[in-house]
Design a protein around this ligand. Structure first.
Ligand code: ADE
Ligand code: ZN
Length: 341
């Protein structure tokens, strides 16, 4: 199964820039900034540093790694490394969640930040057969002002790969961000906030009603409200699911307690994603294999999961059709018997 998933053309809809930095990259950055960073440079110690006791602890550690990104060259190298790792898994298209305000706050000009990620995007298309797209997200743990700043960067810089707008980090109430998201929407950006990862179904409702979310990051708490589950299914609002992330941040106590199967059985559209693969010692391939076990899927079912993610993506129709055809061709090349749709 693993070999099948590894070769399957895939898309990734929920993966964070900094959370995908390889342990080698993080260790190098940590060594460079040893004097003012708690992040260990030793690989063994780094693995231990990435063992999280709960979601708050995860966020503290995550932000300490964010603080290691100090200049535009770091951003460029980080983005290129992430692209290489994704392409190595046969990922054809990825929406990478980037948090420009974290870098601007560190002193990297918005223009230089956008130029760095765009350089990596163009190189990935040219050299890796990988399309990258950006979801600009607001760091929830910062003030509301960070939301306005993120919007401002999105609208002023408008890098060509920018497709969507979101909010991540601490799960603060979404209602104060309503006008900011309305402006992002009016500017033509798709809306894909994190909601209901560790909090409640009510936050998912707010993301839909107040922010007008088209997809929800995590959203697993939706399972606590049957009317919300029905709403997501009827209105085809997908959840971006990352099982290992939810386990590592203790958003769920065990994989057996994860609501993925219940949500899928209720007809909620889902995609499978890696979130912060390096910090959770996972990959997109691992997440597909795990989701396959959780949902008791055969190869045809896994290919359907990959197709669903393509359809839920914010890629253009032409790009979607190319990746869907690649999935079909991959399945046909292995066994004409298991094409579904
Ligand atoms: N930023 C990086 N990973 C995140 C997660 N799982 N939830 C919220 N914000 C994040
Ligand atoms: Zn996330």
């Amino acid at each position: 199964m693993r070999e099948f998933v590894a070769g399957l053309p895939k898309v990734e809809l929920h993966v964070h820039h900094v959370g995908s930095a390889s342990p080698v990259t993080v260790a190098e950055l940590a060594a460079r900034h040893e004097s003012d960073s708690p992040v260990p440079a030793d690989p063994q110690e780094l693995a231990e540093y990435f063992a999280f006791t709960d979601f708050e602890h995860f966020l503290r550690v995550y932000l300490s790694v964010v603080n290691l990104i100090r200049d535009a060259e770091d951003v460029r190298a980080l983005t290129w490394g992430v692209a290489r790792d994704l392409a190595g898994q046969n990922v054809r298209y990825a929406e990478l969640t980037v948090t420009p305000w974290s870098s601007v706050r560190q002193g990297i000009p918005a223009e230089a930040f956008c130029e760095a990620i765009e350089d990596a995007r163009l190189a990935a298309a040219r050299e890796l057969n990988l399309s990258l797209a950006w979801c600009f997200d607001i760091p929830g743990e910062a003030t509301l002002n960070s939301g306005e700043k993120t919007l401002d960067i999105a609208l002023r810089q408008r890098p060509a790969g920018l497709v969507s707008f979101g909010i991540g980090g601490a799960e603060v109430a979404r209602s104060p961000y309503r006008d900011i998201f309305a402006a992002a929407r009016a500017a033509g950006l798709h809306i894909a906030p994190h909601a209901g990862e560790t909090t409640s179904a009510a936050e998912v409702w707010d993301a839909i009603r107040l922010l007008r979310a088209e997809r929800i990051g995590h959203g697993i708490r939706a399972v606590e409200d049957p009317s919300l589950v029905a709403f997501l299914a009827e209105n085809r609002i997908p959840l971006e699911i990352s099982p290992t992330s939810n386990l590592c941040t203790r958003a769920v106590p065990s994989i057996a307690d994860h609501p993925l199967a219940e949500l899928v059985a209720a007809g909620v559209p889902v995609s499978i994603n890696s979130d912060d693969p390096s910090m959770f010692s996972t990959t997109l391939i691992d997440e597909y294999v795990l989701a396959g076990q959780m949902l008791d899927l055969d190869k045809a079912g896994l290919a359907d999961l990959a197709r669903a993610a393509v359809r839920q993506s914010f890629a253009g129709d032409w790009e979607k059709s190319i990746i869907l055809r690649e999935i079909d061709e991959y399945c046909t090349s292995l066994d004409a018997g298991f094409i579904s749709g």
